[in-house]
Design a binder for this molecule. Sequence first.
Ligand SMILES: C[S@@+](CC[C@H](N)C(=O)[O-])C[C@H]1O[C@@H](n2cnc3c(N)ncnc32)[C@H](O)[C@@H]1O
Length: 260
Amino acid sequence: MLSTITRYTFGTLFSLLLNLIKYPFSKTSRTKLSSAFFALKYPFYGNHHVELRELLTDDQLEVTVLPLKANEHNTTEFELLTICSILKDRGVQHVFEIGTYDGRTTRAMAINTGKDGKVYTLNLPPDTRESKLQTGHIDIELASKVVSGERFSSTPEETKIEQLWGDSAIFDFAPYYGTIDLVFIDGAHSEDYVANDTQKALQLLKKTAGYILWHDAHLYGVADYMKKIVFQQKAPIYFIKGTSVAFAKVENGQFIESKK
Ligand SMILES: C[S@@+](CC[C@H](N)C(=O)[O-])C[C@H]1O[C@@H](n2cnc3c(N)ncnc32)[C@H](O)[C@@H]1O
């Protein structure tokens, strides 16, 4: 995968230079300049950088994205559509979210599960002062910035949602092992936490098949963790264009190469 990305980046730069020499001020040159800048800045460029449509199977897919409008620290509007689409396309029933915040994504995910759907969502308790593993202070401060889950509270979806409290490094996930279809990782953003949360996600998922979505995949410690598992361990993870969301399919506790 590294060589594909390297080829892609150098190919983009070569094509940029060629265009700059031939037509220095053309629109093509400017477009290529911006792609070259993106290729250098974004670590996950290449054949695993995919459009959302490449991950969807159902041509007639209908998705409800509610509540659409994002607040600070939420997923963006297109990211919410992305998450809900993948979940609905796969017929996901049981979701585990790490990092509830105000509960906007929690609610949207609950809406897109079936009638027996369930979303478990874990957050640090609001009185948290320190975390078990090292992370940025913002991760802890967010626990009391809003009322956790306020955007699903008193909505029709509340009955499908179970709010859990704890630090993902020490929370007892065991009762949920092997029962979950999709894990959404958006808790603490340090490399240590994302490594911990990913290991827990692999155990949470049903042995037959399951999916992990990471938010902020190309940012902070999440990106450091991603670089390690993608480039060193060759984990087949897809990065969805126009979002910070990464996607992986898991079977028997292992990542498998599949967009479906
Ligand atoms: C960026 S917000 C989540 C946003 C939310 N998923 C959304 O889509 O709107 C991160 C949340 O994770 C919580 N958090 C941070 N560290 C955590 C940890 N170690 N365990 C559980 N939750 C954590 C924070 O308190 C915060 O509410």
